[in-house]
Each structure stands twice: as C-alpha cells, then as structure tokens.
Design a protein around this ligand. Structure first.
Ligand SMILES: Cc1ncc(COP(=O)(O)O)c(C=O)c1O
Length: 442
C-alpha cells in the first residue's frame, strides 16, 4: 500500500469494486511488526514464542519468523507447518502437557526436544519416546479472571504435585530444564505473572536440591491482551520486576507464548448483510434481525469457543438514529447468533459491517458448514515496511501473488523489453494506489 490507507479504507475499496459477496479479512502486516517491536521494547528479556494454535495463517507465522520469534506448537501438524518454513527446532517448544506418543516421536525425529509435562504418565511416555528431551514442568497459576481459563485442564499444583513430579523425573534420569505456566487466555489480571514467576523460582531451587542441574528456562506462557485498545505496559512492568526479583543475575532464559497479542488486532473482518427481518416487539421500538454471510460456524466461532464479544461497525457512516437490532450468521441453525442485541443505524441488504480485532482463535476453527465459505484473507503491507520485510528471510517476493499473478519475472510488465516498459504508463504517483497481496502458500 502507498499513501494514506487504513484497513477500513481498503475494505471500502474492495466493496466499491462491486464484485464482492463473500466475507473477507484484511490483515495488516504492519500491526504484527509494530506489536513485535513493542514487545521487544517493553520486555527485552522475554523471548516471544508465538502460539501457533491462535491463528496458523502462514503469512502471520512467516512474518513472525522473519522478525525472530520462536514458536509454541501443540501438535505434530503445527510443528510440521513451522518447520516446513525452515524454522530451526531450537526455536520451537512443544507446549502441550498431554501429547500423543506418535507426536512426541515425530517432534524428536525433527529435533524438537523442548516439551512440557504436568503428570506422571506424561513423564513415563516421554521416557519411552524421547528419553533425552528437555522437559519443562507446567504448573497451575490462574489469573483471577480470564476469558478462557486453562488451569482447570492443565498445570500441576505447584506446592504438592510439582515436587513429586520433579522427584520422579530425577529418579527416571529425565532432563528437566525449566518451569512454565499459563495464567489463562485473555487474562484480566497482571499480578498473576508475579505469582507464577515466584512459584517458578521456588521450583528452580527445589530442582537444584534434587540434582536437576540444567534448570535454566522460565516460560511465562500466554494470556496477553491482543485487541487494538489493549496496552502491554502494565503487565510488562509486573513481569520485568518479578524476573528481576526472582531471577536477576541468574543465567535463566525467559520465554513467553503469546497468541492473541500478535494475532487479534491485525485482522479486520468485513461481512455483508444479505437479509433482514423486522420483529414486532409490541412497543414503539422495533427490532431488526440482520443476517450476514459469516456466523458462529465461521469466524464467529470465537463467540462460542473463545467467549468473545464482538462489535459490529457499519462500513458506511450514517447520521441516522441507531435502532435496536441483532446480527445472525448465514446457517440454518438457531444457535447461529453473532450479536443478540446492539444498536446500529438502519442497514439495508448489501450493506457491509466491519468487525475489528478478529485475528485470534477465529480462522483456524472456522468451518464451511451449510456451504458458506470460510472468509479469505487479503494481506496488506505499507510500501515502506514491505521494502524492509521482503529482504528478510524467509519472506521474499516468490511468497506472494500480486494482484492475482505471481510477482517477479512472471508479471506481464517484466516480460516487456525496456523500451516497451518505459512506454507503459505508470500509476499517477498521487493517486490512492492499492495492491492486493495474497499468500501464495494457501
Ligand atoms: C500452552 C499455551 N500457550 C499459549 C497459548 C496462547 O495463549 P494466548 O492466546 O492467551 O496468549 C495457549 C492458549 O490456549 C496455550 O494453551
């Protein structure tokens, strides 16, 4: 992209072409780069290992890889996806405390040996499938409130179970290298990280007394907010202070597994209203049901699984008084309700609604149920940023299709002779110039 643009202006450009009927995302690569930079500035000691489960869009994963991030993979397929992009195994943690034996064997064969555990059976399984693995014990440490609590499923009790498991690991001559926790996804409390880091320090000390001499990895998990209006500052201060207090001066590597922090704000969804129905409420105030072309079986699965509340914004601003309405997905299921009640200026069939912060736990879960397609992603990058990114491994122009055609030598202009090329008019420099870039890897 060149000139002044925003995800909304690009959505408008696409819609104005008049050819678009299916829902689509615009993904702003600049948002990912900015967030990575912000993370590095605020928590220089904490290496982000992006949680691939959050959104496995290859362009997002590649961008983070090119910036230097590591990766949290939860399965064989996620490891494969990341490694097939050329990521070295040292940059991956297999952060699933309940793994399938075949997945452990696959990871080990590909050199991914850092993995988490929280139970006796997992220790015995790892002893069989990957006896030289570098193990990270996952303890439970729950935020006071979280969008998706995880402690109910994973993480051993730090004071009772963890010491027993560390002893068992020592007896089995397994190599425990560190401690991890996950405070819950979309955590609403910052101080929880201080509690987790403090508990980890206690277990590092216990490990030493048990003869576990290689403990040097602290993994503070995910839980970081990802919406456009969220701020990493407060939580980063808590984390930096707790690391300094408990691990200052010690040779301990600190990593985290952020998912939604990198993915949420970069993706904006556009969906079209294709039908509506007026309900008589028996009052002066009516209620309009709007039906859009994406629903809870598609992107809005996040309403069900990720406990997300989403906000609809009309693409075209209007000064007409908002009225009460609800927004429904396209399927024939009554469960397919995106927003039960909200206020919007009256919309008509063919109007588009925009949903911001839709990049986390949406696309990888979406299904084409009832024959409604999962939205495609159109990636955007500012020309100045592109100039930097395209020179960074592993992104290069061969990765992309530009305006529906591969770039580089394949573009028609490149097949022209120099004199033919100079005769071809170039776009007027001051016009708003949009280039749609799509990931050729899809
Ligand atoms: C082990 C693990 N790490 C990291 C994440 C990512 O968490 P978030 O998206 O809250 O940063 C999750 C999410 O479920 C997880 O299970």
């Amino acid at each position: 992209m060149e000139g002044d643009w925003s995800p909304l202006s690009v959505i408008r450009d696409i819609v104005d072409e008049g050819m678009q009927e299916d829902p689509f995302y615009v993904m702003d690569l600049g948002e990912v780069v900015e967030r990575y930079q912000n993370w590095k500035d605020l928590m220089p000691r904490v290496e982000p290992f992006y949680a691939v489960k959050c959104n496995d869009d290859k362009l997002l994963v590649r961008t983070l890889a090119s910036l230097g991030a590591g990766f949290d993979c939860a399965s064989k397929a996620e490891i494969q996806l990341v490694m097939d992009m050329g990521i070295k195994p040292e940059r991956i943690i297999f952060a699933n405390p309940a793994k399938m034996a075949s997945h452990i064997r696959y990871a080990t064969a590909r050199g991914v040996t850092t993995m988490t555990f929280d139970s006796e059976t997992e220790l015995h399984k790892i002893k069989q499938c990957s006896p030289d693995a570098q193990l990270v014990i996952r303890i439970r440490c729950d935020a006071a409130d979280a969008q998706c609590p995880l402690g109910i499923k994973f993480g051993c009790e730090p004071l009772t179970e963890a010491p027993r498991l560390l002893k068992l690991a020592a007896v089995l001559k397994l190599n425990v290298v560190g401690v991890s926790f996950h405070v819950g996804s979309g955590a609403g409390e910052s101080l929880v990280y201080a509690r987790g880091i403090k508990m980890a320090r206690v277990l590092f000390d216990l490990g030493e007394t048990l003869g576990l001499k290689d403990m040097r990895l602290l993994d503070i998990g995910g839980g970081f907010a990802g919406n456009s209006n969220s701020d990493l500052r407060e939580v980063s201060q808590v984390i930096n202070a707790a690391i300094e207090t408990n691990f200052g001066g010690r040779d301990v590597r600190v990593i985290a597994e952020p998912g939604r922090y990198f993915a949420a704000a970069a993706y904006t969804l556009a969906a079209m209203i294709h039908a509506s129905r007026e309900l008589s409420t028996g009052t002066d105030e009516g209620h309009t049901m709007y039906f859009i072309n994406d629903g809870v079986y598609g992107s809005f699965n996040c309403v069900l699984y990720d406990h997300q509340t989403v906000a609809a914004e009309p693409l075209e601003p209007s000064s007409t008084r908002p009225t009460t309405c609800s927004i429904w997905g396209p399927s024939c299921d009554g469960l397919d309700c995106v927003i039960g009640s909200c206020q919007l200026p009256p919309q008509h069939t063919g109007s588009w609604l925009v949903f911001r912060d839709m990049g986390a736990y949406t696309l990888p879960v979406a299904s084409p149920f009832n024959g409604f397609p999962v939205p495609r992603v159109r990636a955007l990058v500012d020309k100045r940023l592109w100039a930097v990114l395209k020179d960074m491994w592993p992104l290069n122009e061969a990765t992309f299709i530009l305006e529906g055609r591969p770039t580089g030598p394949q573009t028609p202009e490149d097949s022209l002779t120099p004199s033919e090329r100079s005769a071809t008019p170039s776009p007027t420099p001051d016009t708003h110039h949009t280039i749609f870039v799509e990931c050729a890897l899809k």
